[in-house]
Design a protein around this ligand. Structure first.
Ligand code: ZN
Length: 265
């Protein structure tokens, strides 16, 4: 619940301000001018360090939710997962000393369980997952959000289980889908990509009012090797094609895919 009443005008000006701020970002400028992410990344201080912090958190992919260092992300944690995939996740994170969080106004929880109690649904799922996997649970309310609105300019598909891009100052506000890093299926990763991209392009995000062919939404793939980079690129492309077919419009001009292979010492 938003306790502070905002008129639609206030809301739009918040988005406009956040958009202008991200327009000045080094990576956004570089990508918009046609440069490759693999060339841009090493130019900013902290890149190597962003691969050296242990990943100790599993939070929602939501860019507003980043309550500590070492973030992995899944949309709504496990709310969108099938029972089989939930089991894969439990095995992967069993007794890893992670902190798993549920958060206020979760878009993925609202997809999985629409209605006034969708947040409670998300909290219960995250808490139960933490219990059965032997990890810690934490509830995050909006006072701890990094941004009051969805200001994500890109989606990171994380395959390395090493990249803490969310805590790298200077990297643009982002969704993180760590499904490949957490050994979840390609289908799960793809559905997550589509849900998160849909939030960015919809009325809760910067939306199609702002993303266009000159200022696209970027999908950035962080891969451990060439094989994974190619596989996740194909997967991201399939997601865009499926979204375009479903909505009867061509998203290929306003969603661009780029990727890189993670540094090895
Ligand atoms: Zn969420």
């Amino acid at each position: 619940m938003n306790l502070k009443q905002e008129t639609p005008h206030d809301h739009e000006s918040l988005f406009d301000q956040a958009w202008e701020k991200t327009q000045d970002n080094f990576f956004i400028k570089g990508l918009n001018s046609g440069q490759k992410i693999e060339d841009l990344l090493p130019q900013v201080a902290g890149f190597k360090e962003s691969f050296e912090r242990p990943l100790t958190r599993l939070d929602c992919s939501d860019g507003r939710v980043c309550p500590g260092t070492g973030k992995m992300g899944l949309p709504g944690i496990d709310v969108l997962l099938s029972e089989d995939q939930r089991q894969v996740l439990i095995n992967e994170i069993k007794d890893q000393g992670l902190t798993i969080s549920g958060h206020e106004s979760c878009g993925a929880a609202a997809i999985a369980h629409p209605g006034a109690d969708s947040d409670d649904f998300g909290y219960q799922h995250a808490e139960k997952l933490a219990q059965v996997s032997g990890n810690k649970y934490e509830k995050i309310d909006h006072s701890r959000f990094k941004s009051s609105i969805h200001n994500e300019r890109l989606l990171v598909i994380e395959g390395t289980k090493k990249w803490d891009c969310a805590n790298w100052e200077g990297f643009p506000p982002q969704f993180i889908n760590s499904a490949p890093a957490l050994k979840l299926s390609n289908e799960t990763a793809k559905e997550g990509n589509k849900a998160l991209t849909g939030i960015a392009l919809g009325s809760h995000g910067f939306s199609e009012k702002r993303f266009d062919s000159k200022n696209p939404f970027y999908i950035i793939i962080s891969a451990e090797d060439q094989r994974q980079l190619e596989e996740l690129t194909v997967l991201a492309q399939e997601g865009i094609t499926e979204m375009s077919e479903k909505d009867g419009k061509d998203y290929s001009q306003i969603i661009k895919i780029d990727g890189f292979i993670a540094p090895t010492e």
